[in-house]
Design a protein around this ligand. Sequence first.
Ligand code: FES
Length: 111
Amino acid sequence: MKPSASVQHSTDEAAQPRMERLVDGERARLTFSLDGTPSTAQDGDTILTAVLTARRYLVESACGEGKRAGFCLMSACQECWVAVDGTRARACSTLVTAGMSVATGEHFTGG
Ligand code: FES
């Protein structure tokens, strides 16, 4: 039996990043750690941009509401807390720097 198109699309969508770069500029590439895994960003990316161009979500909700990807994108809603080198930071307003360590969700042990 052939799988239905909607099931196959759902699986493919879950594996795709949430954001896509429409213009892949000449900016320098930076390497940083995302939940212990090497990841890349472009110079000038916020953490939120770098993460959402790599995967579908930023964090798992601490309130059991599922995966979250930020909301306001301007440091107002509290939906994007991560730990940067052990210090709490908003992903939407913190720029990626080379070598930084970003922890999200269950990897976030900051307070
Ligand atoms: S997305 Fe709202 S504070 Fe970062």
